[in-house]
Write a protein that binds this ligand. Structure first.
Ligand code: COA
Length: 190
């Protein structure tokens, strides 16, 4: 799977991406809101050399973990994922960006790229995401991409060990294919 946007390429990870991926996947601050990490080198290698190639052989494919690569520098600056539920024609999104690359609109661009894959290429019906109610940058990204806040899920998230509170609240966000099509038609983009 591959999708080009204005300044990014979303593409499959390769083992050669190790240095760029490990830079963010091993960073405690970057992965604070993620279900993985901070990774050891062995964990990042296992992800790139075993997990990602394996998911490409799934039939039907249940996981799309894609690298976010800048066109200008060629660096992999993050990852964006969809976990599929083909029975419902939907998927849940995940996203992470190297914290030294934040604040330039890259995740908004990457997320719109994966929404185009989901709706325009794969024909999905609905995409959703869940996000810590305090993760303001990600909430803003979801909002900018046209996802709708569908409500607060009380103590749905489990904190990392040692956190002051063991569970935290999350917002659920979603967008339907017809909403995506209406939005991109109005903008004259995809
Ligand atoms: C969340 C994350 C993906 C954002 O990436 P990014 O490339 O900086 O996002 P963008 O630049 O496209 O948009 C960020 C928006 O949040 C806004 N923002 C940043 N910090 C903010 C804050 N503290 N409060 C409110 N808004 C904030 C930015 O101003 C921008 O909005 P704008 O375009 O209206 O100005 C990135 O910070 C990240 O990977 N964080 C760690 C992992 C993570 O949280 N993943 C999501 C798990 S659900």
């Amino acid at each position: 799977m591959r999708k080009e946007t204005e300044s990014l390429v979303l593409r499959e990870f390769t083992p050669e991406d190790f240095e760029d991926v490990h830079a963010y996947a091993s960073d405690e601050e970057t992965v604070h809101h993620m279900a993985f990490g901070p990774n050891t080198e062995a964990q990042t290698r296992d992800y790139l050399e075993r997990k990602c190639p394996e998911e490409r052989t799934e039939e039907p494919r249940m996981h799309y973990n894609l690298a976010i690569q800048r066109k200008d520098t060629g660096r992999v600056i993050g990852g964006i994922s969809m976990h599929m539920n083909w029975r419902r024609d939907d998927a849940i999104l995940g996203a992470v960006l190297n914290r030294h690359e934040t604040g330039h609109g890259f995740m908004t661009e990457a997320m719109r790229g994966i929404l185009s894959i989901a709706f325009d290429d794969l024909g999905l019906h609905r995409i959703h995401a869940v996000c810590d109610v305090e993760n303001l940058p990600m909430l803003r990204v979801l909002d900018k991409c046209g996802l709708r806040n569908e409500g607060r899920m009380v103590r749905r998230g489990k904190s990392r060990p040692g956190a002051a509170q063991p569970y935290f609240d999350q917002f659920g966000y979603a967008i339907l294919r017809e909403e995506w099509q209406r939005m991109t038609r109005q903008e004259g983009t995809t």
